[in-house]
Design a protein around this ligand. Structure first.
Ligand code: NCD
Length: 299
């Protein structure tokens, strides 16, 4: 479960299960039935987030608990990483106490070692975020009924954004075209180098060129600038040269799906347009992660 490829391989099963879990959850909330899915009973998940997280961490932990499992945690401040232990040794240590590790680290996944329990990559630096790609693809599939052929507009920090890289990798197997705009203002060369792995990706240098194509876009994937990964970046400072406004939105198709993996910043100042499904992505994250856990622990 560490790579986008593995996530894609289980997607059919996970998508169907996520839909069932959503139905069951809604029925429970309406008081029509009782929750009866406890596939993680007796299992422990170690939630190891060594970089900030809100939705990924909460959704994995909530999913595990909802399935009857338990969660143990360690983070930067409380773990021996602070004392200079390698990430591989930290993860190996955690594997003695858990049946599954969910890990977010600034270190590339290739340095995580091979502990004897499954690991889900919940983000490794600016490299990849496979379970986010799975839930983004699920949201697209729910609305478009397919993942291909589609034209996907990508806006964000093409070099540093792991969500962009993972979604593009996820969708690249199909007949999907990407139109990308790097919103850091660092130019096209950077964009093309960063997106070089996506064969059908066309980068646009300036906003007007990108917007000229907006009428072709089926899914617009908006992302923040990753200030914390810039050498001279200050976290939380504004940085996006692309700010979605209502005038721009008029040029997009009526059924264009607009996504943002969050946290949203200045690139998307409002959510009041029924094409924007950011909260639905958050909600889907819970069901997708529950379905992923059920895939790992068995139903
Ligand atoms: C993303 C991440 O951590 O890469 N957030 C998330 O997990 N939903 C996106 C980001 O931080 O920009």
């Amino acid at each position: 479960m560490r790579t986008v490829r593995k996530m894609r391989a289980v997607a059919d099963e996970v998508f169907k299960d996520a839909l069932n879990l959503r139905h069951l959850d809604l029925a429970c909330k309406a008081g029509m039935t009782e929750w009866n899915q406890f596939s993680a009973r007796g299992k422990t998940m170690a939630s190891l987030f060594f970089e900030p997280s809100t939705r990924t961490r909460l959704s994995f932990e909530a999913a595990m608990k909802r399935l009857g499992g338990s969660v143990i945690t360690a983070n930067d401040e409380s773990s021996s990483l602070m004392k200079g232990e390698s990430i591989a040794d930290t993860l190996k240590t955690a594997s003695f106490f858990a049946d599954l590790l969910v890990v977010r680290s600034s270190e590339p996944e290739s340095s995580w070692g091979e502990p004897d329990v499954p690991i889900i990559n919940a983000g490794d630096g600016g490299n990849s975020h496979p379970s986010q790609a799975l839930l983004d693809a699920f949201t697209i599939w729910c609305h478009k009924g397919t993942l291909s052929p589609l034209t996907v507009g990508i806006v964000g920090d093409l070099k540093h954004s792991r969500t962009i890289k993972s979604l593009v990798e996820y969708l690249s197997v199909g007949a999907t075209d990407f139109i990308a705009f790097d919103s850091t203002g660092q130019g096209n060369e950077l964009s093309e180098a960063s997106m070089g792995f996506a064969q059908r990706c066309h980068t646009r240098n300036d906003i007007s060129e990108f917007l000229k194509l907006s009428g072709q876009i089926d899914v617009l994937y908006m992302n923040r600038v990753q200030c914390e990964r810039h050498e001279v970046g200050i976290p939380n400072q504004s940085g996006s040269t692309f700010v979605l406004d209502r005038n721009m939105l008029r040029n997009f198709k009526e059924d264009c799906l607009i996504l943002n993996p969050g946290p949203r910043k200045e690139e998307m100042p409002f959510l009041e347009d029924n094409r924007i499904k950011m909260w639905e992505q958050v909600e889907s994250g819970f069901y997708i992660r529950m379905a992923l856990l059920r895939h790992i622990f068995g139903k």
